[in-house]
Design a protein around this ligand. Structure first.
Ligand code: HEC
Ligand code: HEC
Length: 510
């Protein structure tokens, strides 16, 4: 080796430095790439608050989401169970032309890219969009912020559990469905490996775990469309409460509740709401609802929820669809009766605006003890003091930890704004129409059918229609389904029929 080929000591040092510089650059690039792909999350941002409500992510995908391609493959794999409508089988709604952002997922499902994989899961709107049809109409109207009347969450959960346990649910079957023409996943060799050997086992494990956590739902009534057991699943999933028959039985097991409306939250601040009045803070009600949608204290997207909050804050209650058909004289007779009998507990509409004043309506946002209101005890009993304590510890260490949850002794008096769009009535959705609610329980329908979204414009509420597609037979004799209570002189059920008709006419205007 000649001397010329040797590097001088200075050159050797420089070469070493160059090497180190390159290594450093490579490390930085690798860390950045790792962060961009595996750590950073990506969400779609929507300009319109309404699109954010229907489409935007609140952070539920991180812990509970399904990869988008798996979500799209399931209706192909389980076409026998779901039918050609796919997820519509569970009452999920799809946008129709003109509805908004334009999306291939059902309303109430959002996307987020987590660890490099796009996942989908629930947001607030899956439970808080209603539909209705006028008699004879074929197309449905969406009512944003109204209770979902379509969502069959019980069946949806049972479906996921069954998939996890199905011996036919395999990595190969999943990959074949993703590659099918309907899904058009077009996986390459590496992706196919990843879906078969990494994604599939994780999804299957998660569904099996869900089945174990929610085993108690096998002992429950099917909640049917438009209802969810608010707190029992939450006890099991978020808090690992023991849910075996020795721990929970009787009234507390069947706490199925109707979805509520979420418009005009500003005047509801400070009222004891949720059906049993267990929380007086709107922000806490929102956060606890987000847990129901699958976020966790770690994955919650606070900013996204605050944006929904801002949108709901003064969202107007919807106007009765055939307001020109309201009989003004009859409605004004009803207004006087309503003022006498109902306004003290529920507030009223006067001069064109709903009056939410608790000074003028001392019962509003307060709780009527169970023996007095007499409605089904299930939802009330399912919410226990133990559980309230656990909830108030949940976000310990975060500035937004819960502090307002408490056990109450009955059900809450709520504002009745937009009440025409909130049928069926009472917390468990046991009474189909407003007119039925004004009858003593013995005269209310004992067995009727949910599933139709055609409005009965006279009695006000969805029609009970045994021939509606997937009609759900609601038997008021089953646990959690009682249609008793809210009856007697104070509740208007002893009035003459013509007064009841007038009350209903007035309530169309709320
Ligand atoms: C899985 C269905 C579901 C999802 C998802 C959901 N909610 Fe709800 N929400 C409910 C039910 C059921 C209640 C009534 C709870 C009860 O009292 O039993 C409720 C109650 C509420 C209330 C209180 C209404 C009142 O007047 O008492 C607000 C406000 C609310 N939700 C907002 C939200 C927001 C914001 C989100 C998203 C972060 C959300 N919800 C997601 C089902 C849901
Ligand atoms: C003493 C207070 C009180 C009075 C008086 C009262 N209500 Fe109620 N109302 C309640 C409570 C509490 C509930 C919730 C019960 C439940 O869901 O189990 C309720 C529920 C309702 C609902 C169902 C709300 C929903 O979202 O499903 C309607 C409608 C209603 N009341 C109408 C009336 C009318 C009309 C009158 C007068 C004729 C009246 N109420 C009188 C306390 C009252």
């Amino acid at each position: 080796m000649s001397d010329l080929d040797r590097l001088s000591p200075v050159e050797q040092v420089m070469a070493r430095h160059r090497r180190w510089r390159w290594i450093l650059v490579l490390i930085v690039v690798a860390v950045l790439a790792y962060w961009l792909v595996a750590v950073n999350q990506y969400v779609v941002a929507y300009n319109r608050p309404l699109d954010h409500f229907t489409r935007g992510s609140i952070g539920s995908e991180t812990a509970n989401g399904l990869p988008t391609l798996v979500f799209k493959a399931l209706p192909v794999m389980y076409a026998d169970r779901m039918g050609p409508g796919g997820w519509r089988h569970f009452g999920l709604l799809y946008e129709e032309p003109g509805d908004g952002a334009g999306n291939d997922l059902p309303l109430g499902f959002s996307r987020r890219v987590v660890t490099g994989v796009e996942r989908v899961w629930l947001n607030c709107s899956v439970c808080h969009i209603g539909t209705y049809r006028l008699p004879g109409e074929t197309g449905r109207h969406l009512v944003y912020g109204a209770p979902s009347n379509n969502l069959r969450l019980y069946e949806l959960i049972r479906f996921f559990v069954d998939v996890g346990r199905d011996p036919g649910f395999t990595g190969d079957a999943l990959v074949a469905a993703i590659d099918s023409d309907q899904v058009g996943g077009n996986l390459n060799f590496i992706e196919r490996f990843v879906y078969r050997n990494i994604v599939f086992p994780r999804v299957q494990r998660a569904l099996l775990a869900l089945g174990d956590q929610l085993a108690f739902t096998e002992r429950q009534q099917d909640w049917g469309p438009g209802r969810v057991d608010t707190f029992n699943p939450y006890k099991a999933i978020q808090f690992n409460f023991p849910m075996g028959p020795e721990h929970i039985s009787g009234a507390a097991l069947d706490g199925a509740s109707d979805y509520p409306s979420i418009w005009m939250q500003r005047p509801r601040e400070g009222m004891n709401l949720h059906w049993d009045g267990n929380n007086s803070s709107v922000a806490e009600r929102n956060l606890s609802a987000a847990l129901g949608a699958g976020v966790t204290p770690v994955t919650v997207d606070r900013a996204a929820i605050r944006r929904v909050e801002g949108w709901m804050w003064e969202l107007p209650a919807p106007v009765f669809p055939k307001s020109d058909t309201i009989d003004a004289a009859k409605a004004s007779r009803g207004a006087a009766l309503y003022d006498d009998y109902c306004a003290g507990c529920h507030g009223l509409k006067a001069g064109g605006a709903y009056d939410y004043s608790r000074a003028r309506h001392p019962g509003l946002g307060e709780v009527v003890p169970l023996p007095r209101i007499g409605t089904d005890p299930g939802r009330w009993a399912s919410y226990t003091p133990d559980f309230a304590g656990a909830q108030n510890l949940l976000y310990a260490g975060y500035p937004w930890r819960f502090s307002h949850f408490h056990k109450t002794d009955g059900y809450a008096n709520q504002p009745l704004d937009g009440i025409w769009a909130r049928s069926p009535y009472l917390h468990n959705g046991s009474v189909p129409t407003l007119r039925d609610l004004l009858e003593p329980a013995a005269n209310r329908p004992a067995i009727w059918f949910r599933g139709s979204d055609v409005l009965d414009l006279d009695r006000v509420g969805y029609r009970s229609d045994p021939n509606a597609p997937q009609a759900f037979r609601y038997d008021t004799g089953r646990p959690g389904n009682s249609n008793k209570g809210h009856e007697g002189r104070a509740y208007g059920t002893a009035l003459p029929a013509s007064d009841k008709d007038a009350l209903v006419e007035y309530m169309k205007t709320l």
